[in-house]
Design a protein around this ligand. Sequence first.
Ligand code: DX5
Ligand code: ZN
Length: 216
Amino acid sequence: MQRIISPSLLAADFGNIQSACEMINRSEADWLHIDVMDGVFVPNISFGFPIMEAVKRYCTKPMDVHIMITQPEKYVQRFAKFGADTLTFHYEATDQAADIINLIRKEGMHPGIAINPDIPVSVLEKHIGQVDLVLLMSVFAGYGGQQFIEESYDRLAELTEMVKRINPQCRIEVDGGINKHNAGRLFELGADVLVAGSSVFKAEQPLVAIHELLTA
Ligand code: DX5
Ligand code: ZN
């Protein structure tokens, strides 16, 4: 499958969202990652619909929306309305994962399911056949700028085997602490989409940083 870089807006300068979006438009990144946090599911609050609205105005690339919120089912329709292309919720946030996946698809978005580093990869087995994307967190959801957890390599290998066996069309996304030093190994182990916040938006030359991740 094609390699995709999805820079996380969380690390951008919010005083200048337009220029962040224009950089993404000019770049080799195929998606833009949008981290929505509610202060309940994770101990941090990021941003919500008004920012998505601004992004939609300026960004020509698909919005890859990662929701770290409780009761995700309540907001699925609004994420569709605000232009999400892929909507990824956390397995740990609900006991209605199958229904939420169906709802996301019904609303015209690609459904994705995410797990934190302390959740066994095996819990995804029963959902992989239904989703278009699985997101493996390589840090604990909540903050940008954290250090990549090394155990993620073995978890990714396990997930890759499962996805190949059950639903080879499903994309595997890895999120957290990704930079040019670990990106190559993650792609080799089966990642299709790499999220990168700090290593793109805090770089002196974000366009070069994106290229380096893609070719790592
Ligand atoms: C963490 C978010 C990540 C984060 C990545 O909860 O889901 O997408 O923004 O940021 P970096 O690349 O800085 O770890
Ligand atoms: Zn994310």
